[in-house]
Design a protein around this ligand. Structure first.
Ligand code: 3PY
Ligand code: MG
Length: 241
């Protein structure tokens, strides 16, 4: 499983993900039939931005064998628990800015005695794996950057995931791959390594990807970008009539 691969990270290398902002179950079947399917290690289902709603997650899970990480829309513990109930491999929580917030998220994601999550009849309970879903905290603000080390230190945080687009806005940087951005991202990577947590980045940008330090989870591109790249390539020239 993705969680097992990440927790025993030695030699895992970079696990590459496709970020979903609008694809439905049929879209995932198209992905499964593509030549790239076997090289996609995880899917990031984005509930913060884009067109996918929480009730769309279970149908997506039924349509794919690729492990799914859901990027939540908020820190709401009820929202987090409902997403874990669907049977996702893990959650990516946006805008984590302190150890206190990270501890709250661990409590929301964990069953007693570690946390406060309730158990009940849910999709995840139909085929229990005994595996705790991954909890990945996003660092994408100035406060989050300053607190990256203390966030990574929190027991139950499995990884730190950088959001370079929000972070570049927060730092008033003109792009995601400036020197200052790369040094900020390297600092977050070092914090994750110090506490033996996974380190992830959503990139969506070749220049940034090429300049990144070693990454465990790399968001390669969004479904929307893949469609645009395909359209641009196929409709690059007018047909010769
Ligand atoms: C960001 O770059 O801000 C993100 O949230 C990427 O998903
Ligand atoms: Mg963001």
């Amino acid at each position: 499983s993705l969680a097992a691969r990440l927790r025993a990270r030695s030699g895992t290398g970079c696990l590459r993900g496709l970020w979903l902002s609008f694809l439905g179950p049929f879209g995932l079947e198209v992905v499964a039939a593509s030549a790239a399917a076997g090289r996609i290690d995880w899917l990031g289902v984005d509930l913060q931005h884009g067109d996918i709603e929480p009730q769309d997650v279970a149908p997506l899970l039924r349509a794919t064998d690729i492990p799914v990480l859901v990027r939540l829309s908020s820190h709401d513990p009820a929202h987090l628990a409902r997403m874990i109930d669907t049977g996702v491999a893990g959650v990516i929580v946006p805008g984590v800015e302190s150890a206190a917030q990270a501890s709250q998220l661990v409590a929301a994601a964990s069953l007693p005695p570690l946390g406060r999550r309730s158990t009940g009849l849910c999709r995840a309970a139909l085929a229990p794996t005994g595996e705790r879903p991954l909890l990945l905290a996003m660092v994408e603000t100035a406060a989050g950057l300053a607190a990256a080390d203390e966030i990574a230190e929190v027991d139950g945080v499995d990884g730190i995931f950088v959001g370079p687009y929000d972070l570049s806005l927060a730092l008033s940087e003109p792009s995601v791959s400036t020197g200052l951005m790369l040094s900020a991202i390297a600092d977050v990577a070092a914090a994750a390594r110090r506490w033996n947590r996974a380190f992830g980045v959503f990139s969506g940008n070749r220049e940034l990807t090429a300049a990144l330090p070693p990454v465990d989870l790399l968001g390669v591109a969004t479904d929307a970008a893949v469609l645009q790249v395909g359209l641009d390539a196929l409709f690059a020239e007018s047909p010769v009539l």
